[in-house]
Structures are given as structure tokens and as C-alpha cells.
Design a protein around this ligand. Structure first.
Ligand code: ZN
Ligand code: ZN
Length: 305
């Protein structure tokens, strides 16, 4: 199943954001208004060790969530786990944080969907988390980490886990602490049966979404031999599918075609429809669309080994 097949609504979701309940600038009700005005459909408030449960409004569904610390294997690294849809209040440990595996299991047992936040910012090695049972995914993009120190893009970590044979989904989030300055740059388009907390969490558990900082992915069709993508005007469309494999279409002056064929362009020559060749026996495949401003969109893995 892919979010591009079947029925359901597309919901623009902000899945990582802080309020004055931890280290954010706005009180919860103002953060809700902020994301509502910015055109989002869903907001998960993820304060550090606080489950913020602000009421939803007519326009925006608010999902009570939290961000928890954990110790990644080798004990040197503080890992942050976003607990989406957590049903109980977390309790900050008095001494040490628990190991990553325990935190992930606790989140899942208590109704939440666990995603590992900002792996590049945290300095985590992929092998510290790729075998963690119950971990649903990571953040491929975290705006705050990018704006602060340039470590927002964790796509290489994602590829390492996928190539290792681990099915991992990936969100694009703002991780906003200063709304207006570090918000509205990233979102996750969730394909849900309906706009309810249960349906959104189910889609997040099963990879029925894609992340974006700009481009729209309109359809993706996978066959044995290729992947067909329709998207908003793109400077490049790439199929990532393991080391030394893959395909890419490039717009622009020379428009190098790497195992690809551009099927449609807009009047500026940017790509709106493309066929990417699927390498034989590629362990996984995921598509990335980049526009001419440098913003991107990332599908979840279209297949895994
Ligand atoms: Zn964090
Ligand atoms: Zn955060």
C-alpha cells in the first residue's frame, strides 16, 4: 500500500513543535492558532517530557504528544524520541534516561507512535538505532536543526537503515521553538481515511505519508521495471535504491538523464512527469523531488527487500 493509491484525505501535518510547556516561545493555544493560520490540518505538540493536550479547533486537529530523551546504545549519545499521540503523561526520570529500546517500547505501549528525531543533529550513528524494535521511523528533515547548525537533513542515515534491510519511514518536521522564525518550512502530508487522531496515527504507523519542504508529489506508480512520478515543477527527481544504484532526471541546461526519461515539463523546462528505471534487485526504493529553490519532498520506501 502506498499513500498515492486508494482513498482518503491528504492532511498537512506539523508533527514536531514546542510550547511554553517546555522550551518554546508560544503558549499552547497560541501555537495552535499559529499553525491553523498557516494552513495546517493537524498539529502534534511535542514538548520535552510534557504531554501537551490542547483542544482541537474546527480547522486543526491537535494530537497530544511529547518528546522524550533516551540513551542510544554505546551510552555516549542522547537520542530524542517523538511520541506522537501519547495517551499518558510521561515522567521525567530522576537519574538516567532509559535505553532507546525501552523508551520506544514504552511509547508504543502507551498509545504513541515512536519516531527518532534529528539523528544528524544528535550525532547518532545509524547502527545505534537501525535494529531498535518498534521504532517506526526517523525525521528525514528537521527545520530547527537546519536553521541552527545546518544539520537538518538526515537522508543519508535513512538510506543506511534502508540498505541494511530495515523498513523505516521518515517525517519532515519544523521542530519549531520560535514560531514565525522556524515554523512553516516543513510538513508531512498524511493520507488518512478521515481527519481523526486514530486515522492519522494509523497512517503514521504504516507509512501512509510523505514529507515536504515545498514540492508536491501528485502520484507515484511502481512496476517491475520503473517508477512513474508526477509532481509539482522539479529541478530533479531521484530514485534512491542502494549503493551504486538508482536513477535521476535533471532539468536545466544539459538535463542529464540518469536511467530516466522526462515525460512532461512546464513552460520553464522543469520536470512535472518522469519515468525512472528501477534497478534489477535493488534492495529498496524511495523518491526525492527537489525544486529550483532547493526545497524537497521525500516519499517513504516504495519497496524494501
Ligand atoms: Zn529534540
Ligand atoms: Zn523538539
Amino acid at each position: 500500500m502506498s499513500p498515492f493509491d486508494g482513498d482518503g484525505v491528504w492532511l498537512r501535518c506539523a508533527l514536531h513543535a514546542h510550547t511554553t510547556n517546555s522550551d518554546g516561545d508560544l503558549p499552547p493555544r497560541h501555537l495552535v492558532r499559529h499553525y491553523e493560520s498557516a494552513g495546517y490540518d493537524v498539529l502534534a505538540i511535542t514538548d520535552h517530557w510534557v504531554r501537551t493536550a490542547e483542544p482541537s479547533t474546527k480547522r486543526i486537529l491537535v494530537i497530544p504528544s511529547a518528546e522524550l530523551n533516551a540513551i542510544a546504545p554505546t551510552r555516549e549519545h542522547d537520542a530524542h524520541v517523538v511520541a506522537l499521540g501519547l495517551a499518558v503523561d510521561p515522567v521525567l526520570p530522576e537519574n538516567e534516561f532509559a535505553p532507546l529500546e525501552q523508551v520506544v517500547a514504552w511509547v508504543a505501549e502507551n498509545g504513541g507512535v515512536p519516531y527518532l528525531a534529528h539523528t544528524y543533529w544528535s550525532g547518532l550513528r545509524t547502527e545505534q538505532w537501525w535494529n531498535c524494535p518498534g521504532l517506526v521511523g526517523v525525521e528525514v528533515w528537521n527545520t530547527a536543526c537546519e536553521l541552527e547548525v545546518g544539520r537538518g537533513d538526515a537522508s543519508i542515515h535513512w538510506d543506511e537503515a534502508l540498505e541494511h534491510g530495515r523498513t523505516v519511514y521518515a517525517l519532515a518536521t519544523d521542530d519549531s521553538h520560535r514560531p514565525g522564525f522556524d515554523s512553516g518550512f516543513a510538513w508531512t502530508w498524511v493520507r488518512a481515511h478521515e481527519k481523526t487522531q486514530e486515522a492519522v496515527l494509523e497512517a503514521l504507523r504504516t507509512g501512509m505519508f510523505y514529507g515536504s519542504t515545498g514540492p508536491e508529489i501528485r502520484s507515484v506508480a511502481v512496476s517491475d521495471g520503473d517508477v512513474l512520478v508526477h509532481c509539482s515543477p522539479a529541478a530533479s527527481v531521484t530514485l534512491y535504491s542502494g549503493r551504486c544504484h538508482g536513477a535521476r532526471a535533471n532539468a536545466g541546461r544539459l538535463g542529464y538523464a540518469g536511467h530516466s526519461e522526462i515525460l512532461e515539463r512546464d513552460d520553464r523546462g522543469l520536470i512535472t512527469s518522469v519515468r525512472l528505471s528501477r534497478p534489477f534487485k535493488a534492495p529498496y526504493g524511495r523518491v526525492e523531488v527537489a525544486d529550483d529553490k532547493g526545497t524537497k519532498a521525500w516519499t517513504n520506501p516504495l519497496w524494501t527487500a
